[in-house]
Design a binder for this molecule. Structure first.
Ligand code: HEM
Length: 447
């Protein structure tokens, strides 16, 4: 018999994600961007910093957020709780692993010529093992929760199941490649992971974990949160073709496959955004029945939305997130087509990557967190709806500052301005994270 007694939302995942983002991932990104943007010399820790920044952002910031929300959201849909002990184990393994990686990979560049280097490199490997185990437990418990229980309960997850299964494949692929690369790094006495395999695992994580989970959550929640039409197309068919496109892209040893994958994948992403109807959907309002009691601080629902402004302007963040995803998809599509037809149009791949991970995924989290998380802890209003607007402006400024300079570098003559924008991008990103953290903290205190 499935157990219907679900444990309370584990806020620890959100705190860990915010702390690792603020003091780890974003702080390291800000540091590197400042050095590069203002022309300071690059130190010997540069590549270790970049790799650790990328890893902390992917697994610590977006990953912990996704794990925390999914362990609350999906077991409730299938009526199969995931126990507190298992959630604690996942949180413990991942946070300790991430903190070890953060601290020790920041030290090794400075002790490379000493006897400390090898043992510390082993500690980094150990951190990878801890993360790998944490992810394994996560996948096992979520898979069990999704597959056990009554057929009726499982049916609720039917539409998005292929997207979720794809994310599991992505988690396993990323963490397994990372552990293998860490072992190789220790074995060969290197300071950093092999860059091409690392880049491949990063791409796998972004397109097999981050995008599918964002798609799944959008499909399930936007009809409710934004009054958008429910999906009337085949999500499994979409997921299947999308999965093939990403596999083609990851087949990096076969050049034609890579570009076929890139072109197909980006067409699918654009098609998905189009079908969500995010930008024209307000014309097609669906009838909405409000189930929760009304909120007192405003008398009437917001025009065209089913809420009373109690979550702030979260939809601005969601719309801008998808706008950045569309820009990233168009740019990567252009670069794929340019390669196939020898057009010599160069698009900076790091700009595309940050349009997706910062512009899309991070802004989507900024928008979804104030809308979703208060409900998880039974609070009917975000503490400061105005701060959501602040997050919108800071978040979007961080995206523009981080991406625009590297897209136009060498094409327009404003080097000092572009450098300064790039240099401040990370600090602005940190300020956005701080606003979200303060807002969620106060909301949790208001419980
Ligand atoms: C404003 C905020 C951010 C700043 C200032 C920043 C800065 C940087 C910099 C300077 C690099 C090195 C680029 C290069 O190789 O030329 C980098 C790489 C990277 N960043 Fe960010 N970043 C930010 C946000 C993010 C976010 C939110 C994520 C993911 C959620 C992310 C994931 C990555 C990844 C995966 C890499 C590649 C790492 C590797 O090569 O192993 N970044 N970032």
């Amino acid at each position: 018999m499935p157990d219907s007694r679900h444990p309370a939302f584990k806020f620890g995942f959100i705190w860990a994600a915010l702390l690792i983002a603020l003091f780890g991932g974003f702080a390291m990104g800000a540091h590197v961007a400042y050095i590069v943007g203002f022309g300071y010399p690059i130190g010997k820790s540069y590549y270790a910093l970049i790799q650790t920044h990328g890893h902390l952002q992917l697994i610590g910031w977006t990953g912990l957020f996704i794990i925390g929300v999914s362990l609350y959201f999906f077991p409730r849909m299938s009526h199969n709780p995931v126990g507190v002990g298992k959630q604690n184990a996942i949180l413990g393994l991942l946070s300790v692993g991430l903190v070890l990686r953060f601290v020790v990979h920041n030290i090794t560049p400075y002790v490379i010529l000493t006897a400390w280097f090898k043992p510390l490199n082993w500690v980094i490997f150990l951190s990878g093992i801890m993360e790998w185990l944490g992810v394994l437990v996560y996948i096992i418990v979520l898979l069990r929760s999704m597959t056990a229980g009554s057929a009726g309960a499982r049916l609720k997850l039917e539409t998005i199941r292929p997207l979720l299964l794809m994310t599991f494949a992505g988690w396993i692929l990323y963490t397994t490649v990372q552990v293998t690369l860490l072992f190789d790094m220790v074995r060969t006495g290197e300071l950093v992971l092999d860059s091409s395999w690392n880049a491949l695992s990063v791409t796998a994580f972004i397109y097999l974990v981050l995008l599918p989970v964002c798609f799944a959550v959008s499909i399930r929640t936007f009809p409710l949160y934004l009054r958008l039409p429910v999906v009337r197309w085949s999500v499994p068919a979409f997921a299947g073709i999308y999965f093939i496109s990403v596999l083609l892209q990851l087949g990096w040893f076969l050049q034609p496959s890579v570009y076929a994958g890139i072109i197909l994948k980006n067409i699918l992403i654009l098609w998905f955004i189009w079908k969500l109807d995010l930008f024209s959907g307000l014309k097609r309002l669906r009838t909405f029945f409000r189930k929760e009691p009304e909120i007192v601080h405003r008398e009437t629902a917001r025009e065209k939305y089913p809420d009373y402004d109690e979550w702030g302007r979260f939809e601005w963040l969601i719309r801008s997130a998808f706008l950045w995803l569309a820009v990233g998809a168009i740019l990567e599509l252009v670069s794929g087509i340019s390669f196939v037809f020898n057009l010599a149009i160069y698009i900076n791949s790091d700009a595309v990557r940050h349009l997706v991970v910062l512009g899309f995924v991070t802004l989507l989290i900024f928008g979804m967190a104030p809308r979703m998380i208060p409900g998880f802890i039974h609070v009917k209003k975000i503490a400061y709806p105005g701060l959501v607007t602040g997050t919108f402006w800071l978040g979007n400024t961080a995206v523009v500052f981080r991406v625009f300079p590297i897209l136009v570098r060498g094409k327009i003559p404003w080097e000092p301005v572009l450098g300064a924008m790039y240099g401040w991008s990370g600090v602005i990103g940190m300020a956005a994270i701080l606003l979200l953290a303060v807002n969620l903290y106060r909301t949790a205190r208001n419980k």
